[in-house]
Design a protein around this ligand. Structure first.
Ligand SMILES: Cc1cc2nc3c(=O)[nH]c(=O)nc-3n(C[C@H](O)[C@H](O)[C@H](O)COP(=O)(O)OP(=O)(O)OC[C@H]3O[C@@H](n4cnc5c(N)ncnc54)[C@H](O)[C@@H]3O)c2cc1C
Length: 300
Protein backbone atom coordinates (compact mmCIF):
# COMPACT_ATOMS: atom_id res chain seq x y z
CA UNK A 1 0.00 0.00 0.00
CA UNK A 2 2.94 2.37 0.76
CA UNK A 3 3.90 2.79 -2.93
CA UNK A 4 0.25 3.26 -3.97
CA UNK A 5 -0.30 5.94 -1.32
CA UNK A 6 2.77 7.84 -2.57
CA UNK A 7 1.48 7.64 -6.14
CA UNK A 8 -1.99 8.85 -5.10
CA UNK A 9 -0.53 11.73 -3.07
CA UNK A 10 1.45 12.75 -6.18
CA UNK A 11 -1.79 12.86 -8.17
CA UNK A 12 -4.26 14.56 -5.79
CA UNK A 13 -2.13 16.07 -3.00
CA UNK A 14 -1.61 14.94 0.59
CA UNK A 15 -4.72 16.69 1.94
CA UNK A 16 -6.91 14.71 -0.47
CA UNK A 17 -5.65 11.21 0.38
CA UNK A 18 -6.87 9.80 3.70
CA UNK A 19 -6.02 6.46 5.27
CA UNK A 20 -8.34 4.31 7.42
CA UNK A 21 -11.12 6.80 6.86
CA UNK A 22 -14.41 5.75 8.54
CA UNK A 23 -17.05 5.41 5.82
CA UNK A 24 -19.78 6.36 8.32
CA UNK A 25 -18.52 9.95 7.80
CA UNK A 26 -19.40 9.67 4.11
CA UNK A 27 -22.80 7.94 4.08
CA UNK A 28 -26.12 9.54 4.99
CA UNK A 29 -26.92 6.32 6.93
CA UNK A 30 -23.89 7.18 9.16
CA UNK A 31 -22.88 3.51 8.89
CA UNK A 32 -19.66 1.94 7.62
CA UNK A 33 -16.23 0.97 8.92
CA UNK A 34 -12.88 2.33 7.70
CA UNK A 35 -11.66 2.08 4.12
CA UNK A 36 -7.95 1.60 3.44
CA UNK A 37 -7.64 4.71 1.26
CA UNK A 38 -10.12 7.52 0.61
CA UNK A 39 -9.22 9.91 -2.19
CA UNK A 40 -10.89 13.14 -3.32
CA UNK A 41 -9.80 13.96 -6.88
CA UNK A 42 -10.44 17.40 -8.33
CA UNK A 43 -10.38 16.85 -12.10
CA UNK A 44 -11.05 14.35 -14.86
CA UNK A 45 -7.32 13.95 -15.45
CA UNK A 46 -6.76 13.11 -11.75
CA UNK A 47 -9.54 10.51 -11.85
CA UNK A 48 -8.02 8.94 -14.97
CA UNK A 49 -4.57 8.74 -13.36
CA UNK A 50 -5.97 7.35 -10.09
CA UNK A 51 -7.70 4.49 -11.93
CA UNK A 52 -4.50 3.78 -13.84
CA UNK A 53 -2.29 3.47 -10.72
CA UNK A 54 -4.90 1.63 -8.67
CA UNK A 55 -5.19 -0.98 -11.44
CA UNK A 56 -1.42 -1.16 -11.84
CA UNK A 57 -1.23 -1.98 -8.08
CA UNK A 58 -4.08 -4.53 -8.46
CA UNK A 59 -6.08 -2.91 -5.65
CA UNK A 60 -9.92 -2.79 -5.79
CA UNK A 61 -11.64 0.59 -6.04
CA UNK A 62 -15.17 1.93 -5.66
CA UNK A 63 -16.59 5.33 -6.62
CA UNK A 64 -18.93 7.19 -4.27
CA UNK A 65 -20.80 10.45 -4.49
CA UNK A 66 -22.62 11.73 -1.41
CA UNK A 67 -23.19 8.20 -0.07
CA UNK A 68 -26.93 8.83 0.13
CA UNK A 69 -27.88 5.47 -1.38
CA UNK A 70 -25.15 3.39 0.17
CA UNK A 71 -24.87 0.78 2.92
CA UNK A 72 -21.22 0.07 3.78
CA UNK A 73 -19.98 -2.95 5.76
CA UNK A 74 -19.03 -2.54 9.42
CA UNK A 75 -15.60 -3.89 8.37
CA UNK A 76 -15.23 -1.03 5.91
CA UNK A 77 -13.65 -1.48 2.50
CA UNK A 78 -10.30 -3.07 1.59
CA UNK A 79 -9.21 -0.89 -1.27
CA UNK A 80 -9.54 2.68 -2.55
CA UNK A 81 -12.71 4.75 -2.26
CA UNK A 82 -12.78 7.47 -4.91
CA UNK A 83 -15.00 10.26 -3.59
CA UNK A 84 -16.26 12.65 -6.23
CA UNK A 85 -18.42 14.78 -3.98
CA UNK A 86 -16.16 17.44 -2.49
CA UNK A 87 -13.59 18.54 -5.02
CA UNK A 88 -15.27 17.71 -8.30
CA UNK A 89 -18.45 19.72 -8.41
CA UNK A 90 -18.35 22.46 -11.08
CA UNK A 91 -21.65 23.71 -12.48
CA UNK A 92 -21.86 25.95 -15.57
CA UNK A 93 -24.83 27.29 -17.52
CA UNK A 94 -25.08 28.04 -21.23
CA UNK A 95 -28.50 28.97 -22.58
CA UNK A 96 -30.94 26.30 -21.38
CA UNK A 97 -28.20 23.75 -20.69
CA UNK A 98 -26.52 23.11 -17.34
CA UNK A 99 -23.25 21.20 -17.38
CA UNK A 100 -22.35 19.66 -14.03
CA UNK A 101 -19.40 17.60 -12.81
CA UNK A 102 -20.29 14.23 -11.30
CA UNK A 103 -19.78 15.46 -7.73
CA UNK A 104 -22.18 18.41 -7.97
CA UNK A 105 -25.08 18.06 -5.54
CA UNK A 106 -28.54 17.93 -7.13
CA UNK A 107 -29.67 20.66 -4.71
CA UNK A 108 -26.95 23.01 -6.00
CA UNK A 109 -27.86 22.22 -9.61
CA UNK A 110 -31.51 22.92 -8.75
CA UNK A 111 -30.72 26.31 -7.23
CA UNK A 112 -28.47 27.15 -10.20
CA UNK A 113 -31.43 26.39 -12.47
CA UNK A 114 -33.64 28.66 -10.36
CA UNK A 115 -31.07 31.50 -10.45
CA UNK A 116 -31.00 31.20 -14.23
CA UNK A 117 -34.82 31.00 -14.58
CA UNK A 118 -34.68 27.44 -15.90
CA UNK A 119 -37.45 24.96 -15.18
CA UNK A 120 -37.54 21.14 -15.26
CA UNK A 121 -35.14 20.25 -12.42
CA UNK A 122 -37.43 21.08 -9.50
CA UNK A 123 -38.25 17.37 -8.89
CA UNK A 124 -34.57 16.56 -8.15
CA UNK A 125 -33.67 19.53 -5.98
CA UNK A 126 -34.52 17.77 -2.69
CA UNK A 127 -32.72 14.51 -3.51
CA UNK A 128 -29.51 14.53 -1.42
CA UNK A 129 -27.24 12.93 -4.05
CA UNK A 130 -24.65 14.01 -6.59
CA UNK A 131 -25.14 14.14 -10.33
CA UNK A 132 -23.01 10.96 -10.72
CA UNK A 133 -25.09 8.96 -8.22
CA UNK A 134 -28.29 10.30 -9.75
CA UNK A 135 -27.28 9.17 -13.26
CA UNK A 136 -26.34 5.69 -12.00
CA UNK A 137 -29.67 5.35 -10.16
CA UNK A 138 -31.78 7.34 -12.65
CA UNK A 139 -32.91 9.15 -9.51
CA UNK A 140 -36.46 10.40 -9.53
CA UNK A 141 -39.19 11.92 -7.40
CA UNK A 142 -42.66 13.45 -7.65
CA UNK A 143 -43.22 12.36 -11.24
CA UNK A 144 -39.80 13.39 -12.63
CA UNK A 145 -36.64 11.37 -13.24
CA UNK A 146 -33.13 12.10 -14.51
CA UNK A 147 -34.08 10.44 -17.80
CA UNK A 148 -36.39 13.41 -18.54
CA UNK A 149 -33.65 16.05 -18.29
CA UNK A 150 -30.29 14.47 -19.15
CA UNK A 151 -29.10 15.07 -22.69
CA UNK A 152 -25.63 13.49 -22.51
CA UNK A 153 -23.14 12.10 -20.04
CA UNK A 154 -19.36 11.79 -20.21
CA UNK A 155 -17.96 8.64 -18.63
CA UNK A 156 -14.59 7.00 -18.08
CA UNK A 157 -14.55 3.40 -19.29
CA UNK A 158 -12.77 0.50 -17.60
CA UNK A 159 -10.10 0.81 -20.29
CA UNK A 160 -9.46 4.45 -19.36
CA UNK A 161 -11.24 5.93 -22.40
CA UNK A 162 -13.45 9.04 -22.24
CA UNK A 163 -16.83 8.41 -23.83
CA UNK A 164 -19.76 10.76 -24.34
CA UNK A 165 -23.10 8.96 -24.36
CA UNK A 166 -26.44 10.39 -25.42
CA UNK A 167 -29.22 9.94 -22.85
CA UNK A 168 -30.89 7.21 -24.91
CA UNK A 169 -27.66 5.16 -24.80
CA UNK A 170 -27.68 5.10 -20.97
CA UNK A 171 -30.53 2.54 -20.66
CA UNK A 172 -32.14 4.64 -17.94
CA UNK A 173 -34.90 2.62 -16.26
CA UNK A 174 -36.52 2.53 -12.82
CA UNK A 175 -33.48 3.18 -10.58
CA UNK A 176 -31.11 1.61 -13.09
CA UNK A 177 -28.79 2.59 -15.92
CA UNK A 178 -26.03 1.09 -18.01
CA UNK A 179 -23.34 2.71 -15.81
CA UNK A 180 -23.02 -0.03 -13.17
CA UNK A 181 -23.32 -2.85 -15.72
CA UNK A 182 -20.41 -1.46 -17.72
CA UNK A 183 -18.37 -0.29 -14.70
CA UNK A 184 -18.30 3.25 -16.10
CA UNK A 185 -17.41 6.24 -13.94
CA UNK A 186 -19.70 9.21 -14.54
CA UNK A 187 -17.59 12.35 -14.97
CA UNK A 188 -19.98 15.00 -16.21
CA UNK A 189 -23.54 15.43 -17.43
CA UNK A 190 -25.53 17.91 -19.49
CA UNK A 191 -29.02 18.77 -18.30
CA UNK A 192 -31.46 20.25 -20.77
CA UNK A 193 -34.04 22.59 -19.23
CA UNK A 194 -36.60 25.17 -20.41
CA UNK A 195 -37.01 28.87 -19.66
CA UNK A 196 -39.35 29.41 -16.71
CA UNK A 197 -40.50 31.97 -14.17
CA UNK A 198 -38.35 32.10 -10.99
CA UNK A 199 -41.37 32.60 -8.68
CA UNK A 200 -43.09 29.49 -10.03
CA UNK A 201 -39.88 27.42 -9.95
CA UNK A 202 -39.21 28.48 -6.34
CA UNK A 203 -42.81 27.67 -5.33
CA UNK A 204 -42.49 24.12 -6.70
CA UNK A 205 -39.11 23.57 -4.98
CA UNK A 206 -40.53 24.84 -1.67
CA UNK A 207 -43.69 22.73 -1.98
CA UNK A 208 -41.69 19.53 -2.66
CA UNK A 209 -39.32 20.31 0.24
CA UNK A 210 -42.35 20.75 2.52
CA UNK A 211 -43.84 17.45 1.35
CA UNK A 212 -40.52 15.68 2.05
CA UNK A 213 -40.24 17.16 5.56
CA UNK A 214 -43.88 16.29 6.23
CA UNK A 215 -43.76 12.66 5.07
CA UNK A 216 -40.14 11.51 5.43
CA UNK A 217 -38.08 10.90 8.62
CA UNK A 218 -35.46 13.49 7.66
CA UNK A 219 -34.52 14.00 11.31
CA UNK A 220 -32.77 10.56 11.29
CA UNK A 221 -29.87 9.25 9.20
CA UNK A 222 -31.08 6.96 6.39
CA UNK A 223 -30.44 6.16 2.75
CA UNK A 224 -33.88 7.26 1.59
CA UNK A 225 -36.31 4.61 0.31
CA UNK A 226 -34.74 1.33 1.32
CA UNK A 227 -36.60 -0.83 -1.21
CA UNK A 228 -37.57 -0.33 -4.84
CA UNK A 229 -41.25 0.19 -5.59
CA UNK A 230 -42.73 -3.20 -6.55
CA UNK A 231 -44.95 -3.31 -9.66
CA UNK A 232 -48.40 -1.75 -8.98
CA UNK A 233 -47.61 -1.36 -5.27
CA UNK A 234 -45.64 0.60 -2.69
CA UNK A 235 -42.92 -0.90 -0.48
CA UNK A 236 -43.87 1.38 2.45
CA UNK A 237 -47.53 0.30 2.35
CA UNK A 238 -46.66 -3.41 2.15
CA UNK A 239 -44.26 -3.06 5.10
CA UNK A 240 -46.89 -1.17 7.11
CA UNK A 241 -49.61 -3.72 6.23
CA UNK A 242 -47.24 -6.52 7.29
CA UNK A 243 -47.29 -4.99 10.79
CA UNK A 244 -43.66 -3.89 10.66
CA UNK A 245 -44.04 -0.16 11.43
CA UNK A 246 -41.39 0.62 14.07
CA UNK A 247 -39.82 -2.87 13.81
CA UNK A 248 -36.25 -2.68 15.11
CA UNK A 249 -33.05 -4.67 14.82
CA UNK A 250 -30.33 -3.22 17.09
CA UNK A 251 -30.08 0.48 16.19
CA UNK A 252 -31.93 0.13 12.87
CA UNK A 253 -35.67 0.71 12.69
CA UNK A 254 -38.50 0.76 10.15
CA UNK A 255 -39.49 4.42 10.41
CA UNK A 256 -42.87 4.94 12.03
CA UNK A 257 -43.26 8.13 9.98
CA UNK A 258 -42.69 6.41 6.61
CA UNK A 259 -42.37 2.61 6.55
CA UNK A 260 -40.42 2.73 3.27
CA UNK A 261 -37.44 4.18 5.17
CA UNK A 262 -35.09 2.25 7.43
CA UNK A 263 -33.56 4.75 9.85
CA UNK A 264 -30.47 4.73 12.03
CA UNK A 265 -31.69 5.48 15.55
CA UNK A 266 -28.18 6.40 16.66
CA UNK A 267 -25.80 3.49 16.74
CA UNK A 268 -27.03 1.14 14.01
CA UNK A 269 -24.55 -1.18 12.35
CA UNK A 270 -24.61 -2.51 8.82
CA UNK A 271 -25.40 -5.90 10.31
CA UNK A 272 -28.48 -4.43 12.08
CA UNK A 273 -29.74 -3.06 8.75
CA UNK A 274 -29.13 -6.34 6.91
CA UNK A 275 -30.95 -8.36 9.61
CA UNK A 276 -33.83 -5.89 9.52
CA UNK A 277 -34.18 -5.78 5.72
CA UNK A 278 -33.93 -9.60 5.50
CA UNK A 279 -36.77 -9.90 8.02
CA UNK A 280 -38.88 -7.29 6.20
CA UNK A 281 -38.38 -9.10 2.87
CA UNK A 282 -39.30 -12.44 4.40
CA UNK A 283 -42.47 -11.12 6.10
CA UNK A 284 -43.68 -9.27 2.99
CA UNK A 285 -43.01 -12.35 0.86
CA UNK A 286 -44.83 -14.64 3.33
CA UNK A 287 -47.83 -12.36 3.80
CA UNK A 288 -48.31 -10.97 0.27
CA UNK A 289 -46.18 -13.12 -2.03
CA UNK A 290 -44.25 -10.03 -3.17
CA UNK A 291 -40.43 -9.98 -3.41
CA UNK A 292 -39.01 -6.67 -2.23
CA UNK A 293 -35.73 -5.65 -3.80
CA UNK A 294 -33.23 -3.31 -2.13
CA UNK A 295 -32.88 0.12 -3.74
CA UNK A 296 -29.93 0.90 -1.49
CA UNK A 297 -26.57 -0.24 -2.91
CA UNK A 298 -24.52 -2.49 -0.65
CA UNK A 299 -20.75 -2.19 -0.38
CA UNK A 300 -20.12 -5.32 1.65
C1 LIG B 1 -33.43 11.46 2.83
C2 LIG B 1 -33.21 10.84 1.47
C3 LIG B 1 -34.14 11.05 0.47
C4 LIG B 1 -33.95 10.48 -0.80
N1 LIG B 1 -34.89 10.70 -1.77
C5 LIG B 1 -34.71 10.17 -2.99
C6 LIG B 1 -35.67 10.39 -4.03
O1 LIG B 1 -36.67 11.08 -3.85
N2 LIG B 1 -35.45 9.81 -5.23
C7 LIG B 1 -34.34 9.05 -5.49
O2 LIG B 1 -34.20 8.55 -6.62
N3 LIG B 1 -33.43 8.82 -4.52
C8 LIG B 1 -33.58 9.35 -3.30
N4 LIG B 1 -32.64 9.13 -2.34
C9 LIG B 1 -31.48 8.24 -2.61
C10 LIG B 1 -30.22 8.94 -3.16
O3 LIG B 1 -30.16 10.30 -2.74
C11 LIG B 1 -30.14 8.87 -4.68
O4 LIG B 1 -30.10 7.52 -5.14
C12 LIG B 1 -28.90 9.61 -5.23
O5 LIG B 1 -29.00 9.68 -6.62
C13 LIG B 1 -27.59 8.91 -4.87
O6 LIG B 1 -26.53 9.81 -5.18
P1 LIG B 1 -25.16 9.77 -4.34
O7 LIG B 1 -24.24 10.76 -4.95
O8 LIG B 1 -25.41 9.93 -2.91
O9 LIG B 1 -24.68 8.29 -4.69
P2 LIG B 1 -23.93 7.28 -3.72
O10 LIG B 1 -24.86 6.84 -2.64
O11 LIG B 1 -22.62 7.81 -3.32
O12 LIG B 1 -23.73 6.05 -4.73
C14 LIG B 1 -24.84 5.32 -5.23
C15 LIG B 1 -24.34 4.37 -6.32
O13 LIG B 1 -23.87 5.13 -7.43
C16 LIG B 1 -22.49 4.85 -7.69
N5 LIG B 1 -21.87 6.13 -8.08
C17 LIG B 1 -21.94 7.32 -7.43
N6 LIG B 1 -21.31 8.27 -8.14
C18 LIG B 1 -20.83 7.65 -9.26
C19 LIG B 1 -20.08 8.10 -10.39
N7 LIG B 1 -19.69 9.37 -10.53
N8 LIG B 1 -19.77 7.19 -11.35
C20 LIG B 1 -20.14 5.89 -11.24
N9 LIG B 1 -20.84 5.41 -10.19
C21 LIG B 1 -21.18 6.29 -9.22
C22 LIG B 1 -21.92 4.28 -6.41
O14 LIG B 1 -20.82 3.44 -6.69
C23 LIG B 1 -23.14 3.52 -5.86
O15 LIG B 1 -23.25 2.27 -6.48
C24 LIG B 1 -32.79 9.69 -1.06
C25 LIG B 1 -31.85 9.51 -0.05
C26 LIG B 1 -32.04 10.08 1.20
C27 LIG B 1 -31.00 9.88 2.27
Amino acid sequence: MGKLIEQLVDISGEQNVLQNEPMKRHTTFRIGGPCDIFIKPGSIEEIRQIIEVVKENKVPYYVVGNGSNLLVSDDGYRGVIINLFNNFSDITVEGNTITASAGALLGKIGYTALKNSLTGFEFATGIPGTLGGAVVMNAGAYGGEMKDVLSEVTVLTKEGELLTLKADELELGYRTSIIAKKDYIVLEGKIQLKPGEPDKIKAVIDDLAFRRRDKQPLEYPSAGSTFKRPKDNFAGKLIMDAGLRGYTSGGAMVSDKHCGFVINKGDATCEDVIKLTDHVKEEVKNQFGIELELEVKKLI
